[in-house]
Design a protein around this ligand. Structure first.
Ligand SMILES: C[S@@+](CC[C@H](N)C(=O)[O-])C[C@H]1O[C@@H](n2cnc3c(N)ncnc32)[C@H](O)[C@@H]1O
Length: 234
């Protein structure tokens, strides 16, 4: 309880509590994933994300693909038919329940609840592509980096990582930054967007051991991909 005798809102880094509450109903889950409850709009945006991944990262038919923070399976629903196995990981059991329902037609889908800080249930060297989209903006920087390190661990040599965030250095990113600055510190919502710079994301991939690091600036987005070098002994 705080001074006004109201229950304190959860800290941003208490991801499980924050996101389980935000996904308490299907309607709230969909809205927090992509700002809409409309299935046609979700389908359209899922297709666009998969097109982007195919064009900029590349996915083979037999690839084991893992999404960090998969939500309701907006992307997985479009990607599962195009890869060998799709593993959706999320901190919120509610998100995963909705994803299971939406993706029930596929037999190559696995949904895994994670702690919010690591990919512990996933074994080393078992994945070809890890991607994380529309999630880093909700994480603290240390936890962004922990997922990059974890991606390195679970990827096979030659495997790829893709991450994105709102680009602080874009005009739209700066507007979001300024808008969110208007919240009084004690009133900032726990899931509020915090932007990245290309240097921040590149540094994470470099420090975790990735090579072939490529960055794209795409409107409001900064996206970074890298590859785990063949011959990496991890
Ligand atoms: C804005 S939604 C995006 C969902 C999905 N990536 C998409 O693009 O449709 C953010 C997702 O990240 C999940 N999430 C938030 N913090 C997380 C964390 N620390 N670890 C794993 N997932 C997290 C939330 O539960 C939610 O499903």
């Amino acid at each position: 309880m705080n001074a006004a005798n109201e229950p304190a809102s959860p800290r941003r880094s208490n991801y499980k509590q924050v996101w389980t509450a935000l996904s308490a109903t299907e309607s709230s889950a969909k809205t927090h994933v992509s700002g809409t409850e409309d299935e046609a709009a979700l389908t359209h945006s899922g297709i666009e994300t998969v097109k982007y991944l195919l064009a900029n990262v590349g996915i083979d038919r037999n690839d084991v693909v893992l999404e960090i923070g998969c939500g309701i399976g907006r992307v997985g629903k479009q990607l599962a038919p195009q890869c060998g196995r799709w593993i959706g990981c999320d901190v919120s059991p509610h998100m995963l329940k909705i994803a299971a329902e939406r993706l029930r037609e596929f037999d190559n889908v696995e949904l895994v609840e994670i702690s919010g800080y690591d990919l512990k249930p996933i074994v080393d060297l078992s994945v070809d592509l890890v991607y994380c989209t529309v999630v880093f903006m909700h994480l603290e920087q240390w936890d962004r980096y922990s997922y990059v390190e974890e991606a390195f661990r679970v990827l096979r040599p030659g495997g790829k990582l893709f991450v994105d965030n709102v680009n602080l250095c874009s005009d739209e990113g700066w507007q979001i930054f300024q808008r969110h600055r208007q919240f009084k510190p004690a009133e900032r919502p726990a899931h509020i967007t915090e932007c990245s710079t290309s240097q921040e994301l590149q540094e994470y991939l470099k420090r975790a051991g990735f090579g072939e690091i490529e960055t794209r600036l795409d409107g409001v987005w900064v996206t970074v991909r890298g590859r785990k070098r063949k011959g990496s002994d991890e």
